[in-house]
Design a protein around this ligand. Sequence first.
Ligand SMILES: Cc1ncc(C[n+]2csc(CCOP(=O)(O)OP(=O)(O)O)c2C)c(N)n1
Ligand SMILES: [Mg+2]
Length: 369
Amino acid sequence: MARAKAKVTMEELLKPDNFDFSMVQIMDEEGTIVNPELLGDITDEEMVQFMEEMVWARELFERSTALNRQGRLGFYAPTSGQEASQLGTVLATEKEDFLLPGYRDVPQLIKHGLPLHKAFLWSKGHVAGSTFDEDLKAYPPQIIIGAQYVQTAGVALGIKKNNRQAIAMTWTGDGGSSQGDFYEGINFAGAFKAPAVFVVQNNGWAISTPRSVQTAAPTLAQKAVAAGIPGIQVDGMDILSVYAVTKAAREYAIAGNGPVLIETICYRFGPHTLSGDDPKRYQPEGAQEEWRAKDPLVRMRKYLTAKGLWSEEKEQEVIQKTKDEVKEAIKLADQEPRQKISDFLKNMYATPDYVTQEQISKFEAKENK
Ligand SMILES: Cc1ncc(C[n+]2csc(CCOP(=O)(O)OP(=O)(O)O)c2C)c(N)n1
Ligand SMILES: [Mg+2]
């Protein structure tokens, strides 16, 4: 249920003793602003940018799927349906913030500055896709479910100790919120008032496990209570609520109040990954169609078109630009020399331990033959 109009302020939402976890929504499925008070100072220009970014992400998903089917990409976790959740959170961050994404959160990394060809190399399992420039404040996508939550607590504490005006931001899924690491991360960050924003993208499924058997807790946002930090559930198909709440959470964390947990209610259109699962075999009939009606792009398109700020031509322009960008990036990724096992091992630790060093030397000797 969407929260009743204008019943709540950002300030109230950000109180650790606010125990009302009903879903925050600013724009509904029809593209109507239902909660203008929470909209804050988001401008028309910003809304157009949100739409452009979501169209970019949808097209990137389309192109990446095609490249995967052609055998030109490797591991790929579809992002279609989660654009508002992913971009609404990352667009509320700044360059100096540190990102700790999961495997589905590659669009956020690209928006933060990871060159697209590097994202493609990561998909191909090439070590060059996981070696980031110093000025890109992010870790490569985490595959171990929930592990990035503990790392985020540590990174956020480091940010605090260095007196930097920044946050650490991380994402996991509904499945991830059942991991021990999830609770350990939010608890530690809460205890030390570390500036972190923890996002749970609740897309209703952990591969084939439905949300209904993931936990008995009615919301995932309420898991924040045990850690003594604010928890907010937002409509993850509405980029305005995702953005506005994340931005407020960032400010709250930077002001020294500690971390915030945000649950975004969203859906993945399509399979868990492109490695072979078929949602038709485990999701109820009609579920995909029901969620398609909540598509984050559709509602924003309706709103902006009605205001004369968006058109089919504009959308096609963004799509074409994205296609060109993808073409260029995959060419660059294909040009990358084959990876050496020694390079892969060298990327494990800043200073390799004895056993790893031994392996590096062994492989170097073979490679240099
Ligand atoms: C510690 C661990 N256990 C199991 C897996 C296998 N696994 C990969 S994805 C996944 C489901 C995760 O679901 P969720 O957290 O809801 O994220 P989503 O994929 O829906 O974005 C599982 C169990 C893993 N990668 N790591
Ligand atoms: Mg999930």
